[in-house]
Design a protein around this ligand. Structure first.
Ligand code: ZN
Length: 446
């Protein structure tokens, strides 16, 4: 069925802006974007669904390049004896207590509410990093089921392999990744698989060897790299090398790989990343919240490294995350010109869709003919002029700063959100179930 978004302001995600246009969607893809006389002449077929774009701004659907949907039920959770002084203690006192208490029902509830909140913020693709060490087997199918089938977003999924819960759980984690990778259909542009690794400091040489031997050719890894200073310190003390060198040694610095954070890698490691086909994902709000350091945005971009943006599970609002990425660079360098609009636009509107397009085998990230029909519509009627030259300023200082949610979200040509409500979900029922699961989850945490 054709869908027509009629009369919206349209930003293509690059250099083109139309004050009033019509987007024609057919078979999951954007067939045409009409403006001016061409738009006036167009008569949609009677069977086409019309979405009124009047007073709305259409932008390409957003990608969250590193997230943890399993963290969704942590909101408001009180933890006795929580007083971390280091990043490792944050993991030990919070996240590793939470993930151990997840069961299949809470994994599903977490994924559902996390993906719903992402959708409300205009996100159409999630690159997720999942952990539930006492409910490993089948967990990736459960997360995929929530993201792809129940909500209708795209996703790249993996299980966070780690030695931290013992060798039996590690071995099940390897099998979960391999099983999900083996089910990856390269023609399915809604879903793909990566091999998930927690971080260098929780994986022995034996574990990395096993991954290296068994990971399918052409598969990428999704791993935290040097998020806290401890990761590099441990790597040098235990293995006599730095983390990126260690990944290279095990043939895991490879194409399709996503390296989250990279806060404490040195200049030589950045050069190694630049020489690989791996991408780096920056998560500014998580980094600030964990007090782990500041990302060297300029150093990575200068080297031509594909720098993407993620939330690391701290919410899902990619436009606010982008705004924060900018102001973090300004405050940390004491330079108001740091992280200019060019860099920020490149990271969220070029690099994130490039990363997702490569993983999913789809053409994402533009409102232009031939691209996948992934479109976020915001009720946004600005009080100041808007055009191709300043639209990113409106996105950051209008939509992001005011935390606006989408009125409509379209993924692969299908309506996920219509008039601010999920098209195929009973939101109240999902939230009621999530509160029930969260209560039980919190009670299980010791
Ligand atoms: Zn993370």
């Amino acid at each position: 069925m054709k869908r027509v978004i009629d009369g919206a302001r349209i930003w293509d995600g690059a250099n083109s802006f139309d004050e009033k246009g019509t987007i024609i969607i057919d078979d999951g893809k954007i067939e045409a974007v009409l403006t001016g006389a061409e738009r006036d002449r167009y008569k949609p077929p009677a069977s086409a669904e019309r979405i009124d774009g009047d007073g709305k701004l259409a932008i390409p659907g957003l990608v969250n390049a590193h997230t943890h949907l399993y963290s969704s039920l942590a909101r408001g959770m009180a933890l006795p004896n929580y007083s971390p002084r280091t990043f490792t203690q944050i993991l030990e006192q919070l996240w590793w207590r939470l993930d151990k208490a997840l069961d299949p029902a809470s994994v599903r509830a977490s994924a559902l509410v996390g993906a719903m909140e992402a959708a409300r913020c205009g996100v159409t693709t999630l690159i997720d990093h999942h952990a539930s060490p006492h409910a490993v087997t089948g967990s990736l199918r459960a997360v995929k089921g929530a993201v792809n089938d129940d909500i209708g977003l795209r996703g790249a999924f993996c299980y966070e392999l780690s030695d931290r819960d013992g060798m039996a759980i590690r071995d099940v984690g390897i099998e979960e990744n391999l099983e999900f990778l083996s089910s990856d259909d390269p023609t399915d542009t809604m879903c793909t698989a990566l091999f998930g690794l927690h971080a260098s400091f929780t994986l022995s040489d034996e574990s990395l060897s096993m991954v290296s031997e068994r990971i399918p050719e052409g598969a990428g890894v999704h791993i935290h790299v040097a998020e806290g200073p401890e990761d590099e310190e441990q790597c040098q003390a235990e293995h006599g090398m730095r983390i990126v060198e260690r990944l290279y040694k095990f043939n895991l610095l490879r194409e399709r790989s996503v390296l989250a954070h990279c806060l404490h890698i040195d200049e030589a490691e950045k050069d190694m990343v630049a020489g690989s086909m791996a991408t780096v994902v920056h998560n500014p709000r998580s980094n600030m919240n964990n007090a782990v350091g500041v990302f060297d945005m300029g150093g990575f971009l200068r080297r031509g490294i594909t720098v993407g943006l993620g939330t690391d599970g701290l919410g899902a609002n990619m436009l606010s995350e982008l705004f924060t990425a900018g102001i973090l660079q300004k405050v940390s360098t004491e330079d108001s010109l740091a992280a200019g609009f060019g860099d920020l636009q490149k990271i969220l509107f070029d690099n994130n869709p490039h990363i997702a397009s490569q993983l999913l085998g789809a053409q994402l990230g533009r409102i232009a003919p031939g691209y996948e029909a992934d479109i976020a519509l915001f009720d946004y009627d600005p009080p100041t002029p808007i055009d191709a030259g300043n639209v990113l300023g409106h996105v950051l200082f209008g939509i992001a700063v005011h935390d606006l949610h989408v009125s409509d979200l379209i993924v692969a040509g299908r309506s996920v959100i219509r008039d601010a409500h999920f098209a195929n979900l009973d939101e109240d029922a999902v939230y009621a179930q999530a509160r029930k699961e969260a209560t039980a989850l919190w009670a299980r945490i010791s």
